[in-house]
Design a protein. Structure first.
Length: 540
């Protein structure tokens, strides 16, 4: 099971050897108290109590459905990525409701800022060029106050955007600022994620308006199905992760001894040897990882971003269209030096990998990226290159011979992509490495005793003999494991390791020493051990 830091497997030695979106603080309209306690089916799910009151606030069935859509989930507990707390939540095609019984009405139901979530990072300006980082994001950059404002054209200094025409008409008709929030963009052309067609759209804090001139009123303006796009990006609680200790299962054994036929050259992610990734799996954590079956799961991130769950999506039109992958980070997770893990650490890793002085084996996956942005402390956004971006980058390369992995997209007339797009996010401790030149990282003290986010850290390393890992007292992603000390003995003789397993001097052998199932499998199992063999995977 040889896997890299960003997603390829981890051994288990633990005990027993959203809202996903920010919520609006603008009150929602209340119905008469007599409606409380009522419930009804809206679509295939029951909506009741205050959620039903809020859904019904527009007055007519047509208007209520227009603004909110049908229910697409039952009421369910959901973790907020803003504060890590759990709230009762219900999703609709165009809205997300979050219950806050600790607040007085009308603030006891808050609306998800679905538009703001989907457009995070898009107003970003490149400080070097003073232009939008991505051409497709130009409509999100604020505009100066126009001189032609009127009753049919408004401008909001809070976001520096205008509203006009049919969109303004519908914005006013169905609730205005209290229902939809401020505009976050100008009107522009965008490909719909629902039907793949191009429409004139405008983003607001809580939704996106789409112009449909081919339809008759009142359907000539529609609200985007942002609830449908985003409801599957559900945060995963840390105690539900594959790396979490098994509940109510303990062990009297607090030390594990592992045999390894190989020894790392250093303990950095730039050393891509199988044994290094084995040990880094114990001492470090990524935004995401893969379990023993090769299935990605989140670690420092709240969820694995995919096209299916809305954590990844395409933006832009024509040759500026490109893939966006967004991570939301858990708050308060610490590196072993006590510093908090933030989006700055993810941005630092990207810049480190792309630095020509870095001892990187391959940076091809990262060269598919146009840029990485961190609009806030716990959000990281990876923008893949559009077809235009690919052409510009490829044409700027002095030596194109080794960049066939980019040319294949250009030849196919497509934007850049990746089989591992949902695991593109890497992360490294920016504070610990701030004063170490990139080309010195592997030979520095960090290379021997790295700062990581795993449950253990390197205490000592007697090269050629043994590495000792001890519990990381700063670890707070999950509950701490029962195993407090891990001794990794470097033994080149495989037969000697097998003999030590049978005598109980070794608890485990890393699989790199075995090209096939051990000949004495029966003897090993008779000594009380389990031989585990899992296929690897790869692609061309």
């Amino acid at each position: 099971m040889n896997k890299s830091k960003h997603g390829i497997g981890r051994i288990a030695v633990y005990a027993g050897v959203i809202g996903a979106m920010a919520v609006s603080l603008v009150p929602v309209t209340s119905q008469p108290a007599a409606a409380q306690g009522a419930s009804r089916k809206i679509g295939n799910f029951t909506v009741s109590g205050r959620f039903l009151e809020v859904w019904s606030a527009q007055g007519s069935e047509q208007s209520n459905t227009y603004v909110n859509g049908l229910a697409i989930t039952d009421v369910r507990p959901e973790i907020s990525t803003e504060n890590g707390k759990t709230y009762q939540t219900q999703w609709f095609e165009r809205a997300r409701y979050e219950a806050h019984p600790e607040n007085k009405a009308p603030y006891d139901v808050l609306l998800g800022r679905l538009g703001a979530t989907l457009s995070e990072g898009r107003p970003s300006i490149d400080p070097a060029t003073k232009q939008p980082r991505n051409p497709a994001d130009a409509p999100f950059v604020g505009v100066d106050k126009p001189g032609d404002l009127s009753a049919t054209k408004l401008w909001f200094p809070e976001t520096r955007h205008t509203i006009s025409g049919k969109i303004l008409e519908y914005w006013n008709k169905y609730g205005g600022l209290s229902q939809f929030g401020y505009p976050l963009s100008e009107q522009f052309q965008e490909v719909s994620a629902t039907d793949g067609k191009t429409y004139t759209v405008q983003y607001f804090e809580r939704n996106r308006f789409e112009l449909h001139p081919e339809k008759a009123a009142p359907y000539e303006v529609e609200l985007g199905l942002l609830g449908v796009q985003q409801y599957k990006a559900t945060p995963v609680a840390a105690d539900a992760l594959p790396i979490a200790p098994i509940p109510n299962q303990g062990t009297s054994k607090t030390t594990m001894v592992i045999g390894s036929q190989q020894e790392p050259q250093d303990m950095t992610v730039f050393n891509n040897a199988a044994i290094t990734t084995r040990i880094l799996a114990l001492t470090d954590k990524g935004l995401t990882y893969r379990d023993d079956n090769g299935t990605p799961f989140p670690e420092i991130a709240w969820y694995v971003p995919t096209l299916e769950n809305g954590g990844a999506y395409y933006v832009g039109t024509g040759d500026d269209r490109h893939l966006v992958v967004k991570y939301k980070l858990r708050q308060g997770i610490k590196w072993s030096d006590g510093s908090e893990i933030t989006s700055n650490d993810a941005l630092f890793y990207f810049k480190l990998v792309m630095n020509p002085a870095s001892p990187v084996v391959s940076r091809s996956e990262y060269q598919k990226l146009e840029n990485v942005d961190n609009p806030d402390k716990y959000t990281v956004i990876y923008n893949y290159r559009s077809l235009n971006g690919l052409k510009a980058y490829y044409n700027s390369l002095p030596d194109k011979e080794n960049y066939g992995f980019l040319k294949v997209y250009i030849d196919a007339n497509k934007p850049a992509g990746s089989l591992v797009y949902s695991e593109i996010g890497g992360i490294y401790p920016s504070k610990a490495l701030a004063n170490i030149p990139p080309d010195k990282i592997r030979t520095s003290q960090f290379g021997t005793t790295p700062v990581g986010a795993g449950a253990w850290k390197v205490q000592s390393w007697n090269k050629g003999q043994e590495m000792v890992l001890v519990a990381n007292d700063q670890y707070n992603l999950t509950a701490p494991p029962a195993i407090k000390t891990i001794r990794i003995k470097f033994i080149t003789d495989l037969n000697q390791m097998i003999a030590q397993v049978k005598t109980g001097d070794l608890d485990m052998i890393f699989s790199e020493g075995f090209k096939n199932i051990p000949a004495d499998k029966a003897g090993i199992e008779a000594a009380g051990y389990k031989v585990v063999s899992r296929p690897a995977f790869g692609w061309e």
